[in-house]
Design a protein around this ligand. Structure first.
Ligand SMILES: [Zn+2]
Ligand SMILES: [Zn+2]
Length: 191
Protein backbone atom coordinates (compact mmCIF):
# COMPACT_ATOMS: atom_id res chain seq x y z
CA UNK A 1 0.00 0.00 0.00
CA UNK A 2 1.53 3.28 -1.11
CA UNK A 3 0.60 5.30 1.96
CA UNK A 4 2.74 3.10 4.22
CA UNK A 5 5.95 3.90 2.39
CA UNK A 6 7.81 6.70 4.20
CA UNK A 7 9.12 8.38 1.05
CA UNK A 8 5.66 8.36 -0.48
CA UNK A 9 4.25 9.86 2.69
CA UNK A 10 6.77 12.68 2.52
CA UNK A 11 5.72 13.28 -1.07
CA UNK A 12 2.07 13.49 -0.19
CA UNK A 13 2.79 15.71 2.78
CA UNK A 14 4.98 18.08 0.83
CA UNK A 15 4.42 20.59 -1.89
CA UNK A 16 5.24 19.43 -5.36
CA UNK A 17 7.87 21.65 -6.85
CA UNK A 18 6.70 23.53 -9.94
CA UNK A 19 8.65 23.54 -13.18
CA UNK A 20 11.88 21.83 -12.26
CA UNK A 21 14.86 23.10 -14.26
CA UNK A 22 15.20 19.69 -15.87
CA UNK A 23 12.19 17.51 -16.56
CA UNK A 24 12.25 14.13 -14.80
CA UNK A 25 13.20 11.17 -16.90
CA UNK A 26 11.57 7.80 -16.51
CA UNK A 27 12.64 5.94 -13.40
CA UNK A 28 13.36 9.06 -11.38
CA UNK A 29 10.15 9.20 -9.38
CA UNK A 30 11.87 7.93 -6.24
CA UNK A 31 14.34 10.81 -6.37
CA UNK A 32 11.52 13.30 -6.78
CA UNK A 33 9.83 11.86 -3.69
CA UNK A 34 12.88 12.59 -1.59
CA UNK A 35 13.01 16.21 -2.60
CA UNK A 36 9.46 17.34 -1.90
CA UNK A 37 9.45 17.88 1.85
CA UNK A 38 6.98 20.28 3.41
CA UNK A 39 8.47 23.77 3.43
CA UNK A 40 9.51 24.70 6.91
CA UNK A 41 10.74 21.19 7.53
CA UNK A 42 14.04 21.92 5.86
CA UNK A 43 17.22 23.54 7.09
CA UNK A 44 19.99 25.42 5.36
CA UNK A 45 23.36 23.74 5.58
CA UNK A 46 26.82 24.30 4.21
CA UNK A 47 29.79 22.07 3.83
CA UNK A 48 33.29 21.69 2.54
CA UNK A 49 36.02 19.19 1.93
CA UNK A 50 38.88 18.84 4.39
CA UNK A 51 41.34 21.04 2.45
CA UNK A 52 38.70 23.71 1.80
CA UNK A 53 39.02 23.79 -2.00
CA UNK A 54 35.40 22.75 -2.43
CA UNK A 55 32.55 24.46 -0.61
CA UNK A 56 28.80 24.11 -1.10
CA UNK A 57 25.46 25.03 0.40
CA UNK A 58 22.01 23.44 0.20
CA UNK A 59 18.74 22.86 2.01
CA UNK A 60 17.99 19.45 3.52
CA UNK A 61 15.17 17.79 5.39
CA UNK A 62 16.67 16.36 8.61
CA UNK A 63 14.08 13.56 8.52
CA UNK A 64 15.74 12.19 5.39
CA UNK A 65 19.15 11.41 6.91
CA UNK A 66 20.04 7.76 6.41
CA UNK A 67 22.86 5.34 7.15
CA UNK A 68 24.00 3.12 4.31
CA UNK A 69 25.72 -0.15 5.21
CA UNK A 70 26.29 -1.31 1.63
CA UNK A 71 29.71 -2.68 0.79
CA UNK A 72 30.29 0.10 -1.77
CA UNK A 73 29.84 2.72 0.95
CA UNK A 74 32.20 0.81 3.21
CA UNK A 75 34.90 0.70 0.53
CA UNK A 76 34.43 4.22 -0.81
CA UNK A 77 34.36 5.81 2.64
CA UNK A 78 37.01 3.60 4.22
CA UNK A 79 34.65 3.31 7.18
CA UNK A 80 32.03 0.91 8.52
CA UNK A 81 29.11 2.80 6.93
CA UNK A 82 28.20 6.11 5.39
CA UNK A 83 25.57 8.72 6.33
CA UNK A 84 23.81 10.71 3.64
CA UNK A 85 21.01 13.22 3.19
CA UNK A 86 19.47 14.34 -0.11
CA UNK A 87 19.54 18.05 -0.86
CA UNK A 88 16.14 19.57 -1.58
CA UNK A 89 15.83 19.77 -5.35
CA UNK A 90 17.35 22.88 -6.84
CA UNK A 91 19.00 24.07 -3.61
CA UNK A 92 22.47 22.54 -3.96
CA UNK A 93 25.00 25.21 -4.97
CA UNK A 94 28.73 24.71 -5.42
CA UNK A 95 30.38 27.80 -3.95
CA UNK A 96 33.94 26.98 -4.89
CA UNK A 97 36.03 24.27 -6.47
CA UNK A 98 35.27 21.50 -8.92
CA UNK A 99 34.80 17.97 -7.55
CA UNK A 100 36.23 14.96 -9.31
CA UNK A 101 33.67 12.35 -10.27
CA UNK A 102 33.76 8.57 -10.25
CA UNK A 103 30.83 6.62 -11.68
CA UNK A 104 30.05 3.35 -9.94
CA UNK A 105 27.53 0.70 -11.00
CA UNK A 106 25.37 -0.62 -8.18
CA UNK A 107 23.99 -4.14 -7.74
CA UNK A 108 20.79 -2.94 -9.46
CA UNK A 109 22.79 -1.91 -12.50
CA UNK A 110 22.09 1.78 -11.84
CA UNK A 111 25.03 4.10 -12.31
CA UNK A 112 25.78 6.62 -9.60
CA UNK A 113 28.26 9.47 -9.77
CA UNK A 114 30.46 9.85 -6.69
CA UNK A 115 31.83 13.38 -6.25
CA UNK A 116 34.93 13.97 -4.18
CA UNK A 117 37.77 16.45 -3.77
CA UNK A 118 40.66 15.54 -6.05
CA UNK A 119 43.07 17.22 -3.66
CA UNK A 120 42.17 15.88 -0.22
CA UNK A 121 39.87 12.98 -1.16
CA UNK A 122 36.86 14.05 0.93
CA UNK A 123 33.63 12.49 -0.33
CA UNK A 124 31.01 15.17 -0.93
CA UNK A 125 27.92 13.76 -2.63
CA UNK A 126 26.52 11.27 -5.10
CA UNK A 127 24.10 11.92 -7.96
CA UNK A 128 22.70 10.30 -11.09
CA UNK A 129 25.29 10.75 -13.84
CA UNK A 130 24.74 13.59 -16.25
CA UNK A 131 22.05 15.46 -14.36
CA UNK A 132 24.27 18.37 -13.38
CA UNK A 133 23.74 18.06 -9.63
CA UNK A 134 19.96 18.29 -9.88
CA UNK A 135 19.38 15.80 -7.05
CA UNK A 136 22.40 15.10 -4.93
CA UNK A 137 22.83 12.92 -1.84
CA UNK A 138 25.20 14.79 0.42
CA UNK A 139 27.76 13.00 2.59
CA UNK A 140 26.78 14.11 6.07
CA UNK A 141 30.38 14.08 7.32
CA UNK A 142 31.19 16.99 5.01
CA UNK A 143 28.30 19.13 6.33
CA UNK A 144 29.18 21.71 8.97
CA UNK A 145 25.86 21.23 10.79
CA UNK A 146 26.25 17.42 10.92
CA UNK A 147 25.62 17.31 14.67
CA UNK A 148 21.99 18.25 13.91
CA UNK A 149 21.57 15.56 11.25
CA UNK A 150 20.66 12.39 13.10
CA UNK A 151 19.96 9.33 10.93
CA UNK A 152 16.38 8.12 10.79
CA UNK A 153 16.79 4.94 8.75
CA UNK A 154 19.43 2.34 7.83
CA UNK A 155 19.82 0.71 4.43
CA UNK A 156 21.63 -2.46 3.32
CA UNK A 157 21.71 -3.88 6.83
CA UNK A 158 22.46 -7.33 5.43
CA UNK A 159 26.06 -6.19 4.92
CA UNK A 160 26.40 -4.07 8.06
CA UNK A 161 29.42 -4.78 10.21
CA UNK A 162 28.20 -7.00 13.02
CA UNK A 163 30.38 -5.31 15.67
CA UNK A 164 28.29 -2.13 15.28
CA UNK A 165 25.63 -3.81 17.42
CA UNK A 166 28.03 -3.59 20.36
CA UNK A 167 29.63 -0.23 19.58
CA UNK A 168 28.69 1.31 22.93
CA UNK A 169 30.58 -1.45 24.77
CA UNK A 170 33.90 -0.83 23.00
CA UNK A 171 36.51 1.02 25.05
CA UNK A 172 36.37 4.80 24.54
CA UNK A 173 39.09 7.51 24.66
CA UNK A 174 38.24 11.24 24.47
CA UNK A 175 40.93 11.99 21.85
CA UNK A 176 43.38 9.31 20.76
CA UNK A 177 46.38 7.37 22.04
CA UNK A 178 49.89 8.74 21.39
CA UNK A 179 51.02 7.34 18.06
CA UNK A 180 54.01 5.05 18.09
CA UNK A 181 56.69 6.75 15.89
CA UNK A 182 57.37 3.38 14.29
CA UNK A 183 53.73 3.11 13.33
CA UNK A 184 50.56 1.82 14.87
CA UNK A 185 48.64 3.03 17.88
CA UNK A 186 50.27 3.60 21.22
CA UNK A 187 48.80 2.64 24.55
CA UNK A 188 48.90 5.90 26.55
CA UNK A 189 46.31 8.59 25.84
CA UNK A 190 46.99 12.20 24.90
CA UNK A 191 45.70 14.66 27.51
ZN1 LIG B 1 39.70 19.10 -0.56
ZN1 LIG C 1 25.73 2.57 0.30
Amino acid sequence: MLATHPSIRSCLGGTLLPAAPLQPRSGELASLCLVNPAKGHTMEIDGSCHCGDIRYKAEVNPDNVIICHCTDCQTLSGGAFRTAVPAVEGTFVLLSGAPKRYVKTGESGNKREQAFCGNCGTHLYSAPPGLASRVVALRVGSIRQRDQLVPKDQYWCRSSQKWLQGLSSIKRTEKQPVFDPKGGFGSSAID
